[in-house]
Design a protein around this ligand. Sequence first.
Ligand code: GDP
Length: 326
Amino acid sequence: MDIEDLKTRILAGERRALARAITLVESGRPDHRAQALALLEALKGHDREALRVGLSGTPGVGKSTFIEAFGMMLTAQGLKVAVLAVDPSSARSGGSILGDKTRMERLSRDKNAFIRPSPSQSQLGGVARRTREAIDLCEAAGFDVVLIETVGVGQSETMVAEMSDLFLLLLAPAGGDELQGVKRGIMEMADILLVNKADGDLKTTAVRTCADYAGALRLLRKRPQDPEGFPKAMTVSALEDSGLETAWEEMQSLAEWRRETGHFAGRRAEQARFWFEAEVRERLLARLKREPVKGAMEALAREVEAGGQTPSAAAEELLRDYLQMG
Ligand code: GDP
């Protein structure tokens, strides 16, 4: 594959080249991996900056309806929008549920939009790397907004929040009891809570739910990366296309404030460190499971069991002799 050519075409914003490059970063083949790294390296240093927006919510809350309506609104303003998905369930089922083209039919036909379904990979670590790299590729291709969608199930949310400049949580109108169902940790990650389906019969409930969430947000610890009034809760209707412009204005004003105060760049720097450390950990763990380290570890473990070595001395020996460290 001609990496220089692919690079030129990505920088020119060619969607087919972008799709091919994402396929490359998704591949597990060692030669593809080497090409992917060469491509990402070659693309470094462009001065494009997309707004990376993470979006989470439980199935049925309206994520695809929201992304379609929101995406269409952005492209109508002349912005280029990419949609990526992180679907933890696809790891198990082998299929992809999120980001399916059929879920966002109108948006997928829009020439200023790019939708990429979730890959089916077995490890969250692999999905994290692929998504991070796909975000970089979309940014290089000149997309203004990259939406990263995930289902509301624990780990994948943390992962998406660690790749996003802004994190949105989409919620359904609910009774008071259900409000408790949103885990505190997830609330703490969110910059904006969007209570969807604020239309028709559900409108009154949505407005009340929103007020409840706003109250809950006020009880959270103040974060340095928030201007006055954030994180905030708002109502929207993806179906009726209402509240979306206001939500976009809020996102922009938050991003602007963070840019001006250095929190935007600061967050990206922290994220880069986070992923670097995560990769190191993951690779070390992988090495522990491979020979000869695996066998040596087992042998040392037996010695420790038999009282021949202390746990600390054995650990030091393993790291020194088999992982060549310190
Ligand atoms: P996802 O599973 O989170 O992607 O949810 P979907 O976008 O597939 O929506 C689930 C259901 O909720 C569908 O029947 C949608 O038509 C409906 N829905 C989505 N957004 C709204 C909304 O703003 N108002 C109402 N009333 N229904 C909505």
